[in-house]
Design a protein around this ligand. Sequence first.
Ligand code: ZN
Length: 140
Amino acid sequence: MKRDLDCVFCKIVAGELGCIPVYEDANTLGFMDINPIAPGHTLIIPKHHAETLYDMPDDLLAHVVATTKRVASALRKALNPDGVSLIQANGKGAAQSVLHFHMHIVPRTLGDDLKINWPVVAGDMDEIREVAARVIQALD
Ligand SMILES: [Zn+2]
């Protein structure tokens, strides 16, 4: 599995940086975004370091999408949002903040008027942990 020593997400995968995990298997990791744009904002990453969509092996990409579906289903069950958006950015022009492929799962509320290039604002860690526990409970 490829690793980039300077990559924040690779450090999370290696356990060198903490996260609030909701899902893990051999190839993917799901954890709460600590700068959430909405309650339940979750990231799904491959454990293998690949910067963008273009660097992702097809089979690993398929695995990330399957994990995304599984966690999004748990978010839907746990939080009952009006909808869920998947957002995946490639390159600085798309506002990709961490250069390790990641899928955002964002629970939506009717009228929330979320902007795609959202500002990074630290979330309430207790609230994030509480939502993570509900998502883990809802995993099938
Ligand atoms: Zn990485």
